[in-house]
Design a protein around this ligand. Structure first.
Ligand code: PMP
Length: 422
């Protein structure tokens, strides 16, 4: 349960790289910076983006299907028709028309919301950071699935919250284990602030929370007085066009919902949102104001015009088909190439497969050898706050072509085989 991510030395003693820390500002940093460390995944980006390496490491959306000509015309129209508004500050709450459109999108997952309760953010990452800022004092506990989204773990660490992981199976978070974790944590006298969960097409696990479990999980959280933070950037990327009822749809007063246009439109625009119970929403607007004054007006107008004038559902369908083809490629390559003793999840949507390798193989130690063999993945430990995950890895199939995915898995299998021979 303890937060044992590597920490920055505050003493001037050698840090975890073994080198003397020569930062002249060392003694000035706030204590909370101790939890801020580079994510293993981001550190990988440089090597993994070399053209000869097949990268199954990053989770970059594949934007190739976007209608760039249409977008370029729309951007020009915004400037021509409404440039002085688009280039001006706006409210911290976000532009009203976009908040209304966001409510229509959330209705696809059964959510009935008022646009006033939506706060537009700079990606859902900002939403995560704001929510943690609002609720977590140092030492407070956040319950999260194990494994969990690395960017969320980063926010929790930055606010000195401790993470207690609860395991998943092929149907997502296991209610009984959640109950046990809450009881254990409370018995230890710790204050649990919220459950952070990614119910659909989980990053990194690739699994989806069974519909039958959803009411039970909400009930457990209510019983224990614990808020639910539902992070749902992949919910519309189910490969059969299927959607699931959002947790927020049945318990609006106890769920804060995070949404994003990063996976369904354009990640570079950095537009996401938070839907929160009314009182929380007011605090969120204040927190957002102090962080960014307002989300970018221009980008919000681009998203809003795109939603109003383009067949965005048809566009999401194209994205889904593209990801589905890649999911098929990775699952068949894993079946064909991976040595016995490996197992993996079978995603019905989203970007990721979570692989477990045989005992004795350490995916973090193996990574440099995999990169030498021209394939990269994200090792499992980055997705846990407690050092677990050394026998796991996340493979992202969202970006490379199906041929490259097959080749990447072939190379990975060869590295794994030689590792198992050691
Ligand atoms: N939550 C999850 C589960 C994610 O996978 C991501 C992005 N990879 C985010 C939040 C952040 O997304 P955004 O681009 O909206 O900040």
């Amino acid at each position: 349960m303890t937060e044992n991510r590597p920490s920055t030395s505050h003493s001037g003693l050698p840090n975890r790289t073994g080198r003397q820390n020569l930062d002249p500002h060392l003694e000035r940093y706030a204590a909370r910076t101790a939890g801020m460390t580079a994510s293993e995944i981001r550190a990988l980006f440089a090597v993994a983006s070399r053209p000869e390496v097949v990268s199954l490491a990053g989770g970059m959306p594949n934007l190739a299907a976007l209608p760039l000509d249409t977008l370029s015309a729309q951007v020009a129209e915004i400037i021509a028709e409404d440039g002085l508004v688009a280039l001006q500050y706006g409210s911290a709450h976000g532009i009203p028309v976009l908040r209304e459109q966001i409510c229509e999108i959330m209705a696809l997952e059964g959510i009935k919301a008022h646009p006033d309760d939506v706060v537009v953010t700079v990606g859902s990452q900002m939403g995560l950071d704001m929510v943690t800022r609002l609720f977590c004092d140092p030492g407070d506990v956040v319950i999260a699935e194990g494994p969990s989204y690395v960017g969320a773990l980063g926010s929790f660490a930055a606010y000195q919250a401790q993470v207690v992981h609860v395991a998943m199976d092929d149907h997502g978070l296991v209610p009984e284990l959640l109950r046990e974790a809450l009881a254990r944590t409370e018995k230890a006298g710790r204050r649990v602030k919220f459950l952070y969960t990614i119910p659909n097409f989980h990053n990194p696990a690739g699994v989806t929370l069974a519909v039958e479990r959803r009411a039970e999980i909400l009930e457990i959280c209510r019983e224990h007085g614990v808020l639910v933070v539902e992070d749902n950037p992949y919910g519309l990327l189910g490969f059969d066009g299927q959607t699931y009822p959002a947790l927020r749809s049945t318990d609006p007063d106890n769920v804060v919902y995070l949404g994003s246009f990063s996976k369904t439109f354009a990640s570079g625009l950095r537009v996401g949102w938070v839907l929160a119970p009314h009182a929380v929403r007011e605090k969120l607007v204040l927190a957002a104001e102090s962080a960014t004054l307002c989300p970018p007006t221009f980008n919000q107008m681009i998203v809003s015009r795109y939603l109003a004038t383009h067949d965005w559902k048809g566009q999401i369908k194209k994205f889904r088909e593209n990801y589905r083809e890649r999911r098929d490629a990775i699952l068949s390559a894993l079946d064909q190439y991976l040595p016995p003793g490996c197992s993996w999840t079978k995603p019905d949507g989203g970007f990721y497969v979570w692989v477990t390798v045989p005992e004795g193989v350490d995916t973090k130690a193996m990574l440099p050898r995999a990169v030498t063999a021209r394939v990269a993945y994200a090792s499992g430990t980055g997705f846990y706050a407690d050092g677990f995950g050394s026998r796991q890895m996340r493979l992202s199939y969202c970006y490379p072509t199906p041929e490259r995915i097959r080749e990447g898995v072939r190379r990975l299998a060869a590295v794994l085989e030689s590792e198992m021979d050691l």
